[in-house]
Design a protein around this ligand. Structure first.
Ligand code: SAM
Length: 184
């Protein structure tokens, strides 16, 4: 399966329901890169339109591409080799289209998505359609409707223990759980 991940920092909903750009966090770069590499994700896109944030991410990725980093922690270097900066969801789609020769299926995630396809069926859905997949995750209070509307599918939420009605995972945990359900 040709799977790509995108962590969306714009357009995002804020606590007071405005459209905002969130900051990239170091923890997300490292942890999601490790999960991506472990499950064979082709690229992990950190999606932000802010030049200063793009430069910061590029600097971190660049540092872990240097020889000194390879000697110090080769596992981390390997993980970060899948990470790259993207300035928008559309740029990510365009890049994948260029690499794969077709527009990927765009799939969005959210803790409140009751409807959608099961993670366990995503692989077969992509294989049947002979398409790559760009799987998008939110930050802040989740992706804005304008991003959700761009998607071909929603993935059904990770319900957790439905008895306690709480399922607000960190994005890093959500990525790892979905990857295991999709790939395994
Ligand atoms: N500040 C938070 C953090 O540190 O991770 C970010 C919250 S952000 C809204 C969490 C993202 O992870 C969501 O947009 C969604 O992509 C995913 N997510 C979290 N819980 C989820 C769930 N139960 N089911 C599906 N996706 C979930």
């Amino acid at each position: 399966m040709n799977l790509y991940l995108g962590l969306v920092h714009y357009p995002i909903r804020s606590k007071d329901n405005k459209v905002i750009t969130t900051s990239v966090t170091n923890l997300d770069i490292h942890d999601i890169s490790r999960s991506s590499k472990t499950y064979g994700v082709k690229e992990f896109h950190l999606i932000t339109p802010l030049k200063i944030q793009q430069e910061m991410v590029q600097k971190i990725i660049g540092h872990w591409g240097e020889d000194v980093a390879s000697d110090y922690n080769p596992d981390r270097v390997e993980a970060l080799s899948v990470a790259r900066v993207s300035d928008s969801i559309n740029s990510s789609i365009a890049r994948i289209q260029e690499k794969e020769g077709h527009r990927p299926l765009v799939v969005v995630t959210g803790a409140g998505f009751n409807e959608g396809i099961d993670a366990g069926r995503l692989k077969i859905t992509c294989e049947e359609a002979q398409k790559s997949c760009l799987l998008l995750f939110g930050t802040g209070w989740g992706m804005d409707e304008s991003a959700i509307k761009m998607a071909d599918f929603c993935l059904k939420k990770i319900a957790g223990n439905e008895k306690n009605q709480y399922n607000h995972l960190s994005v890093r945990a959500a990525v790892a759980i979905y990857l295991d359900r999709i790939i395994s």
